[in-house]
Ligand binder design. Structure first.
Ligand code: GAR
Length: 191
């Protein structure tokens, strides 16, 4: 992997819907010399996303499109991405499903982090389902986004053990801590 400096870094937009703890870990990673990317845009479909605070804290441009009229907001998003010369999108807790048209516009340039060991437990409520299914392990996956939900090429995974008294809440917490390390690691693997 060639090290990229300053303006040569891959211009990245991070899409969020909520807390933004993965966004925070990606921003911290982006400040490291070894990081191939810079984060130039934060986009949220939810004006109440706590993660939007990181835009202010780290002086990164933020955009909010509520995606109620998805087609219209995807067009606006693509316009923003072009305007800011974004090369890579990292989905980080973005809870909207992007359309095929949108994905085709950024083919091979969208990554996502998902809180399960894909291909197991695509979609929502992954922790509840892993516990109910009596899985021994769950974890997280970074993968490329294609037009099928949570089905693109897997980059990297990490796992945690599901204990006897595990609840969706305790499992989510354990997995989230793994996610914060996995996303940067996966980016280093790809670039
Ligand atoms: C993370 O666990 C992420 O894997 C998950 O939402 C959480 C966001 O947390 N994403 C999905 O479920 C996507 N389908 P964060 O806002 O603190 O990064």
């Amino acid at each position: 992997m060639a090290l990229l400096t300053g303006s040569n870094k891959i211009k990245t937009a991070v899409f969020i819907s909520g807390t933004g703890s993965n966004l925070k870990s990606l921003i911290k990673f982006s400040k490291l010399k070894k990081s191939p990317l810079s984060i130039n845009l934060i986009l949220s479909n939810n004006p109440k996303s706590k993660g939007l605070q990181y835009g202010k804290i780290f002086k990164i441009k933020t955009k909010i499109f509520d995606f109620k009229k998805q087609h219209v907001d995807e067009k606006k998003t693509l316009f923003e991405l072009k305007k800011n010369r974004i090369d890579l999108i990292c989905l980080a807790g973005f809870m909207k499903i992007l359309s095929k048209t949108f994905i085709n516009n950024f083919d091979g340039k969208i990554l996502n982090i998902h809180p399960s060991l894909l291909p197991k437990f695509k979609g929502l409520n992954t922790h509840e389902r892993a516990i109910r299914n009596k899985e021994k392990y769950s974890g997280c996956t970074v993968h490329f986004v294609n037009s099928k939900l949570d089905s693109g090429k897997i980059v990297l995974q990490d796992k945690v053990r599901i204990n006897k008294n595990e609840t969706p809440k305790t499992l989510a917490k354990k997995i989230l801590a793994k996610e914060h390390k996995l996303y940067p690691k996966a980016i280093l693997k790809v670039f």
